[in-house]
Design a protein around this ligand. Structure first.
Ligand code: GDG
Length: 746
């Protein structure tokens, strides 16, 4: 476990318990003759979650699938695990064989799995599948509720497509729970997901969560699109938040990974070199190029396409016959249709290709059907010259990362399907489209012919990426967000219009100074900044207000623009997020340095150049600061915009502050005054120790909220718990300001 994760676990879980819910259990008790044997599923994800639970002493809820599982649990269906050194509780859920058929093999594996992997021909649906899926999700939810009732402030982390409905069932019974769900497989786009007869129920089920994690940003976007099509929900594409029936769910991409050190450390062991020599001798692989594929026997991993490419490769490049062997390791899981037919098709094809090209004591494909032990697996990965991952669609694909982590000699090349989530992150692999078998065969040739230098450079870059983003980083990121969400939920958000009397009492006998943000506070948020016009009604309110209290309008807009738009005399104005102030007589400017000016011009040029052609984008040059508005940019261009914006601006982070507001990026010199500084300056210049009351809606208003905290009143527009009170929109701001005028007059 990394230090970072350890700190999180130590800090975040002192008074809370982590409750994990998965279909498969981390420890399985099996009857072997008259004994009971304990098996642990080899998967790295399970092992890492097990590690975390061992340190947080939480609870793991899962289907009790072992033949001796019932014998060992107590009357609450729980058992302390690991068996030899108990550290946390495993709560087992019992399923009948009919449910296993209908919920697991049926709805999960024949409806959701092919649907999400866009193999629609394979989608097979029976009503009984769905009935059973609902029943089993209910069972899991009941077990969870029972646990949560005992420790109400537990944090719940549910996994995968088997358990879509659990979040909302739990939420209905225990509305205050903190619930996260991680979706391990792809989320397809709407044109695919609409095929599912229960599309709406599934999405509603998931939206009981506070946080839903997906592997990559594309799946987040697909999910949001589906919600937009299916439900009358508020979908904030930019902040990746969905509000449905009064509950808000945050969506994020968290690319899953592996334990880099575990593979790397095993690979460099002397013992591994010995295992490699043995394998080479045993399978007659000495002095040959070696390719490797490690997969569950699974149609989404596209073994047939891979074999077609290998066949084509040997057909075209005869000189590699006898010199290159492709080792395909498979483990058969889910031993039901359509897997049985698929297994047969793969085996037939291997046999045919081997018959076609084998000669002397060489065969092109070495097909090994067995679940390898860890040391053997790592040895295969390390000795390979080419690792192949050819999925037609894949959430992430851990084999790709395991191969990389085991490549300590950096002599292997990774051929990776562009449709695996891993392709989104891993730079340095040779990307293939598995449907383009011709190119696939060419990439195998390219990998084999690649210079040692290029191989080593590519592999080094891949290894850096996996080393820095390992499974513990994944867990840390998700748990960190869950802990934050829980903390946020515990805070009370106070709605001002329900608490006017309280505020009035708080302010009685105190002299106020009113500070107001402009966009979103005095005007509604509109498509483009030029359309944010102050209504005559609001202007009249401001004019009345300034007669009874000192008033300042503080905005990210340039000072001139702001003053023209508000056009009320005798008040303070601050533009450019506080960097320019008009005190009623003169303008006071927080000067930028020559260097800042030059760098800002440079950023502007680079942004304009690289973001050319993005329709609807407005880059607003305001002198000291710059705003990049993207409210009108099409969703399909957002990815490019965010990527390029980040790439350019990250070089200037020591000089500029970059914040994201309502569909706008703000770039401002770190040294320039912010809205908080402006509040300080204005209060000081006005004198006589007034109490600031600040109303704003934007991220940049947070600087001012901080200054106001403890000495005045902060009011946010929109649901906001970081402030003393919140109001819903600019209309409520107007109503509140009228109240203030009345208080003062009385
Ligand atoms: C789902 C998503 C996502 C396979 N054969 C052997 C063996 N394996 C192990 C590999 C690897 C694991 O199985 C397969 O992981 P994948 O990520 O490739 O695929 P899925 O099982 O489909 O997993 C996937 C994952 O969830 C995690 O979120 O990446 O996209 O589909 O760890 O090593 N292990 C051993 N011997 C074998 O013969 N020891």
């Amino acid at each position: 476990m990394t230090d970072q994760l350890r700190t999180l676990v130590d800090k975040g879980f002192t008074d809370k318990r982590l409750v994990i819910v998965t279909n498969r259990e981390p420890y399985i008790h099996k009857k072997v003759a008259s004994n009971i044997k304990i098996e642990t599923p080899a998967g790295g994800v399970t092992a890492a979650l097990d590690d975390v639970l061992k340190t947080t002493s939480g609870v793991w809820i899962a289907w009790g699938s072992g033949s001796a599982d019932r014998e060992v649990v107590d009357e609450n269906n729980t058992i302390e695990v690991p068996p030899d050194e108990p550290a946390y509780t495993l709560r087992r859920v019992w399923l009948s064989s009919t449910d296993i058929d209908n919920y697991y093999h049926g709805y999960s594996n024949r409806m959701l799995w092919p649907l999400c992997h866009i193999t629609l021909e394979r989608v097979f649906f029976r009503r009984r599948f769905w009935q059973s899926y609902k029943k089993v999700n209910q069972l899991f939810a009941e077990a969870t509720i029972e646990i949560l009732k005992k420790t109400p402030d537990s944090l719940l982390w549910i996994h995968d497509y088997h358990l879509c409905l659990v979040p909302s069932i739990v939420r209905d019974t225990l509305p205050e729970s903190t619930i996260a769900h991680f979706w391990h497989i792809p989320w397809p786009d709407w044109s695919v997901f609409r095929v599912c007869p229960q599309a709406r129920e599934l999405v509603e089920g998931l939206l009981g969560s506070d946080l839903i994690g997906f592997q990559i940003p594309l799946f987040v976007k697909n999910f949001m699109d589906c919600v937009r099509e299916l439900l009358d929900a508020e979908v904030d594409m930019l902040r990746q938040k969905i509000t449905y029936r009064g509950h808000t769910t945050v969506l994020r991409a968290y690319p899953i990974s592996i334990d880099f050190d575990k593979f790397n450390d095993q690979a460099i062991k002397k013992a591994t070199s010995r295992v490699i020599n043995n394998i080479k001798r045993e399978y007659n692989l000495e002095n040959r190029y070696i390719g490797i594929g490690v997969d569950r026997l699974e149609y989404t991993k596209a073994l047939i396409k891979r074999l077609q490419a290998i066949e084509l490769f040997f057909e075209k490049y005869k000189s590699y016959r006898g010199r290159f062997t492709f080792v395909q390791i498979v483990t058969a899981t889910r031993l039901k249709e359509p897997y049985l037919s698929y297994k047969k098709a793969v085996e037939d094809m291997v046999e045919r290709i081997n018959r076609r090209f084998s000669r002397d004591n060489w065969q092109p494909i070495l097909y090994i059907e067995k679940k390898l032990g860890f040391s053997e697996l790592v040895a295969f990965y390390r000795m390979a010259d080419v690792g192949v991952v050819s999925s037609i669609y894949d959430g992430m694909n851990l084999v790709a990362k395991e191969f990389i982590s085991s490549q300590v000699d950096k002599k292997g090349v990774l051929i990776l399907s562009e449709f695996a989530g891993a392709a989104d992150e891993l730079e340095g692999a040779l990307l293939i489209n598995p449907y383009d078998v011709e190119d696939f065969a060419e990439q195998i040739l390219k990998a084999l012919k690649m210079s040692d230098k290029e191989k080593s450079e590519r592999m080094e870059s891949l290894r850096q990426q996996v080393r820095h983003n390992d499974i513990y980083r994944w867990i840390t990121d998700i748990l960190g967000d869950i802990v934050d969400i829980a903390a946020f939920k515990n805070k009370k958000c106070t709605y001002l219009l329900d608490n006017l009397q309280k505020l009035k009492e708080q302010l009685s006998d105190r002299e106020l100074f009113i500070f107001l943000d402009y966009d979103g506070t005095l005007t509604p948020i509109v498509e483009t900044p030029d359309r944010a016009v102050l209504s005559d009604e609001m202007r009249e309110v401001l004019k009345e207000l300034k007669e009874v209290l000192p008033l300042a309008i503080i905005s990210g807009r340039s000072l001139d623009d702001l003053m023209n738009r508000v056009s009320v005399d005798g008040i303070y104005y601050a533009g450019n997020h506080g960097a320019e102030i008009f005190d009623g007589e003169k303008v006071i400017v927080s000067r930028e340095t020559e260097r800042e000016k030059i760098l800002m011009a440079e950023i502007l040029n680079r942004l304009k150049e690289s973001l050319q052609g993005i329709e609807g984008l407005i880059i607003e040059d305001k002198g000291i600061t710059t705003s990049v508005h993207f409210r009108k940019v099409r969703v399909k261009d957002l990815n490019r915009l965010f990527k390029e914006f980040k790439l350019i601006t990250r070089e200037y982070l020591d000089t500029f502050r970059i914040t994201i507001g309502k569909k706008v990026f703000e770039i401002r010199p770190i040294s320039a005054w912010n809205k908080g500084d402006a509040v300080e300056w204005i209060l000081g210049s006005y004198g006589n120790n007034r109490i600031p009351l600040y109303i704003g809606d934007d991220v940049t208003d947070e600087d001012a909220f901080k200054v106001v905290q403890g000495r005045g009143i902060s009011i946010g527009v929109g649901l906001n718990c970081k402030v003393d009170y919140y109001l819903k929109d600019h209309k409520e701001v107007m109503a509140f300001l009228r109240e203030v005028i009345n208080w003062q007059r009385r």
